[in-house]
Design a binder for this molecule. Structure first.
Ligand SMILES: [Fe+2]
Length: 297
């Protein structure tokens, strides 16, 4: 009992400190161009903004894409060395994404820490930002939700920006990012979603969210935003603020996931996965020649 009270008091004090820091930093926020203000404002209002690498026009985009392409070949080779490809497409596809943590590679970290980009994100987060890291990620055909295909919200910090860069064309069948704008989830709706999740985990304790059908019973599908787009599409989103998921899919896709929080995030332990060894790192694998790499199933 004492521990519960102590935790509640600690959380309250932490929130008071956070609100004070936001107020203090409001005067120091960077000035943005009109175009960049639109991005920060859309994240505040709706929780997301869709653009493209071309539209953003950041320096070092080409070397970043070239490095990503090389690593995708490496990822496929690594997967092929561990998987009996003869079963792919006939029995089970991998249910879990393949992730490389590429945070330490300059091609990604340099792009990710472009000052203009950091300014947009700082303007949204309201505090000095920390670039937590970047995952290069392949998601495979998976027609039923297993992990992040369930509707959920993330939890690393009070405000987070995840910046997704599609590396392959993403249509409905390749599992686009889908979210519900903040304006469609007032407190009463959030409580219904939480109740639906609580009911689900009574019988499925490892599920991380709710299904399409359960969400549609609370928020109509017409209110969901589905972010389809060609390779090069860039999506800014605060996945703590909005319910979201990667739609279940019949074909695979690849993307980069860049993650930003405040410098003193609410749950630092949940940020470590973007830079530690939770996921594979490219240097762990032997280089392979392109001709030795089987085609993606
Ligand atoms: Fe998420």
């Amino acid at each position: 009992m004492l521990n519960v009270i102590r935790r509640k008091v600690d959380r309250l004090l932490s929130e008071i400190k956070y609100m004070g820091a936001l107020r203090q930093h409001a005067k120091k926020l960077p000035a943005l161009t009109a175009q960049d203000r639109l991005i920060a404002e859309a994240c505040r209002q709706e929780g997301a903004f869709v653009t493209s690498l071309e539209g953003l026009g950041l320096p070092f985009t080409t070397p970043m894409l070239e490095e990503a392409e090389k690593l995708l070949v490496k990822m496929q080779a690594d997967l092929a060395s561990r998987t009996d490809l003869s079963t792919w497409g006939t029995t089970e596809n991998p249910a879990y994404p393949q992730i490389f943590t590429v945070t330490d590679l300059p091609a990604f970290s340099q792009w990710a820490q472009n000052q203009r980009l950091l300014n947009i994100i700082e303007s949204y987060i309201g505090l000095p930002v920390a670039f937590q890291g970047v995952h290069l990620r392949r998601d495979f055909a998976n027609e039923h939700p297993v992990t992040t295909e369930f509707w959920h919200r993330d939890l690393e910090d009070r405000r987070v920006i995840k910046l997704f860069v599609y590396l392959s064309d993403v249509a409905i069948e390749t599992g686009p990012y889908e979210y519900i704008p903040r304006s469609k989830t007032p407190a009463a709706i959030v409580r219904r979603i939480q109740a639906s999740f609580a009911k689900r985990i009574e019988t499925n304790p490892y599920d991380m969210g709710i299904t399409d059908e359960e969400m549609a019973a609370i928020v109509p599908r017409a209110d969901w935003h589905t972010c389809v787009g060609a390779a090069g599409t860039v999506l800014f989103s605060d996945p703590v603020a909005v319910f979201h998921h990667g739609k279940s899919r019949t074909q695979g896709r690849s993307a980069l996931f860049f993650v930003y929080t405040a410098q003193d995030p609410l749950r630092p332990q949940d940020c470590k996965q973007y830079s530690d060894r939770t996921y594979a790192r490219p240097e762990q694998f032997q280089p392979q020649t392109e001709s030795s790499v089987p085609a993606m199933p």
